[in-house]
Design a protein around this ligand. Sequence first.
Ligand code: GDP
Ligand code: MG
Length: 316
Amino acid sequence: MKLIQDVISGSQRALAKVLTLVENEDAAVPDILDQLYMHTGNARLIGITGPPGSGKSTLMGQVINQIRSSGLSVGILAVDPSSPFSGGAILGDRLRMADIIDDSGVFIRSLGTRGSLGGLSNAVYDCAKVMDASGKEVIIIETVGAGQSEVDIVKIADTTLVVCVPGLGDEIQMIKAGILEIGDIFVVNKADKPDADMVANDLAMMVNLRKNSYDSQWHPIVRQTSTRTGTGIAGLWDDLEKHWSFLTRSGELARRRKLRIEAEIIRIAKHRLLEGAMDSILKSGTWASWVDSASHHKTSPYRVAEKLMECIRRDP
Ligand SMILES: Nc1nc2c(ncn2[C@@H]2O[C@H](COP(=O)(O)OP(=O)(O)O)[C@@H](O)[C@H]2O)c(=O)[nH]1
Ligand SMILES: [Mg+2]
């Protein structure tokens, strides 16, 4: 297919087109992804998460400049239903968007989170792969800082960056959400504000208490930044480079990616199994009657699940 060839050869237009197909769950997508897959695996995936308003978009806008100076191409996926990029508006007002729009080495796309029960939607995984196949060397995924999507980011990213800010009491929130467990690099942004040192020290202390087996090889970095004064921005890119070189040297990259593929295969299979069987059941009205009878305690959810499994076996 010409469209696929065009994506692989780096056409931004073809990339945009395929991303739209993916987002709309077009019937052609599984086939397209199947063919693009052989051309993926070259990009480094950076996930960035943290509370809304902590400055993730602004920060990434500045890091893009660092990345471009080092000659690498960049794709950005913003998963934020509350404030879509809408033609680059989100990053746009805080970054010289004109520079970036003219730069064919940068591609920005926003995605909604619909249909994902609060987690990252399948579309995010797939869009990252399409960007990878199109030759983007660094892919940054910004997730809205709430709930499951924050923790889900580790399932897709090679490097996870957690952004927090002084003055929100976020340290405590992070422990709750399990955020502390997932960061490779922690950024205390808005370091131009009071108490940034305190937050950074608290974080460093908490990170020290973390007991991931991987921490014996990689000690998570805590870095202060300010997009107002420029403090720490170049350093942040250095940290990202350092983590990347650690990942490739230590074998951790291969380990993470293998886990990711395994989870992905299971995710695809689950999705297809359920989709086929559920479709016919929903149409026949059987589903509603099953749910009804379970909700009235006439049958158990276990029994209903069993019946569902029978349908899947009969009609895969
Ligand atoms: N004082 C200060 N404000 C910042 C800094 N970085 C971002 N902001 C502001 O914080 C607000 C939220 O930024 P945004 O990038 O949209 O946050 P996001 O929701 O995490 O993507 C904006 O008004 C930014 O101008 C910083 O380093 N210092
Ligand atoms: Mg944002």
